[in-house]
Design a protein around this ligand. Structure first.
Ligand SMILES: Nc1ncnc2c1ncn2[C@@H]1O[C@H](COP(=O)(O)OP(=O)(O)O)[C@@H](O)[C@H]1O
Ligand SMILES: [Mg+2]
Length: 380
């Protein structure tokens, strides 16, 4: 930069040339210091700052970009910008607009792909880079990871929901549990008594069946609600992941799920990760139950656990009905269910536990094709 500016210095053709020279030198130094300060700010920014030329070939890559994408400078500069995006066409439209108008495109919400394959929701602002004559020669991208922000916002919303009204609801649920247990017991006694007196004709039998089903449903609702609303105290312990997955598989399936095939994959087979074993087991069972319930006509469920780069990735994959675009935004909401006898508490419980473990959860789904739920946990 300094060299370039000095070359631009006007030739001291006459008179007091030395004076001119000194002034110019001082200006150069100020500009150079400012440029260096600016470069340092960009370089050290925790957000990704990336530049590309008119062909959308990457030309610049800061430390924030390395952190966000998992790729270093050498692996990306010179490559097509499209490698960063999940939907390159959308980002491409903004690029054209910025290049032709010179105006910035601000806060575009999109998704990019980390080197590990993980998808990251980001906010992108693209500004034009212009040369001295004002012609656009490329663009600069400021990319902000908004996953953490979203997570925090959801936790804050949930905390709000769990304030006074939430506590009252938890107390109420607790009170409902005891009479329900007693009702369950008395249904069994009634059934026996009626059988004894041969008074159990078809309609009685049916009515008792309905009562029993409804009570079971209420019990599940109350149990899951308490599971969610109770202050969670985790008991972390080194846990054998392979054995945990085996238990999840054996407890997650009912004999009536006959037409469902299970594929299990654990890598490495013998590994120990510190987690709250019982809670995590319950969370994974919830995922397996959802997978089974998404395949009323049968299908295949893949349950896998892979440890890599200090992370445990647990995947539950089904070939079921999938999740519609509309439902997608709500599946982690309390009481959101599309099932006749659902509680809408399964996924909120999973989310809560995964977050308490310092992990993340991601759902990928295509209607009529299937759903994959990925849980990532720090593997210590
Ligand atoms: N594997 C899956 N396949 C399809 N839809 C799913 C899957 N997992 C969750 N869902 C959707 O998310 C909703 C919420 O799930 P959940 O919180 O477990 O509650 P519930 O299972 O009681 O309905 C379900 O009703 C369903 O619409
Ligand atoms: Mg469920």
């Amino acid at each position: 930069m300094k060299k370039e500016l000095e070359q631009m210095r006007p030739l001291a053709a006459n008179g007091n040339g030395t004076e001119h020279h000194c002034e110019w030198r001082a200006t150069c130094e100020v500009v150079e210091t400012q440029a260096r300060a600016l470069a340092n700010v960009l370089e050290a920014s925790s957000d990704a700052v990336v530049s590309s030329d008119l062909n959308r070939t990457l030309t610049g890559w800061n430390v924030g970009a390395h952190r966000l994408f998992g790729y270093g400078f050498e692996e990306t500069v010179g490559k097509a910008e499209d490698i960063l995006w999940v939907d390159a066409s959308m980002v491409g439209d903004d690029f054209q607009r910025v290049i032709s108008s010179g105006e910035p495109a601000v806060n575009i919400e999109t998704r990019c792909r980390h080197a590990s394959g993980r998808l990251i929701d980001v906010l992108v602002t693209r500004t034009a880079i212009k040369d001295r004559a004002g012609s656009v020669v490329g663009s600069c991208l400021y990319i902000k990871d908004i996953m953490a922000y979203r997570r925090m916002r959801r936790i804050a919303q949930q905390a709000e929901k769990m304030s006074a009204v939430g506590k009252m609801a938890a107390a109420l649920a607790h009170e409902i549990r005891n009479p329900l247990n007693s009702m369950n017991l008395h249904i069994v006694l009634m059934e026996r008594a009626l059988l004894k007196f041969a008074a159990m004709d078809g309609s009685f039998k049916e009515s008792i069946g309905v009562i029993r089903e409804e009570v079971t449903r209420l019990e599940l609702l109350v149990r899951e609600f308490l599971e969610y609303a109770r202050p969670v105290e985790l008991h972390f312990e080194p846990s054998d992941v392979g054995a945990l997955i085996d238990e999840v598989i054996s407890l997650g399936f009912a004999p009536s799920d006959g037409k469902v095939r299970v594929e299990r994959y654990v890598e490495p087979e013998s590994m120990t990760v510190v987690l709250d074993r019982n809670r995590m087991k319950q969370a994974l069972i919830n995922l397996v139950r959802n997978a089974v319930e998404a395949m009323p006509g049968g299908g295949t469920i893949g349950v896998s656990a892979v440890r890599k780069d200090g992370e445990l990735l647990v995947e539950v994959k089904d070939s079921g009905v999938g999740i519609s675009e509309d439902a997608r935004a709500h599946i982690f909401d309390l009481f959101f269910t599309t099932k006749e006898s659902g509680t809408g508490l399964g996924l909120p419980i999973v989310m809560q536990l995964v977050e308490l473990h310092g992990g993340t959860i991601e759902v990928e789904s295509e209607e009529k094709v299937g759903t994959t739920v990925r849980v990532r946990l720090p593997a210590v």
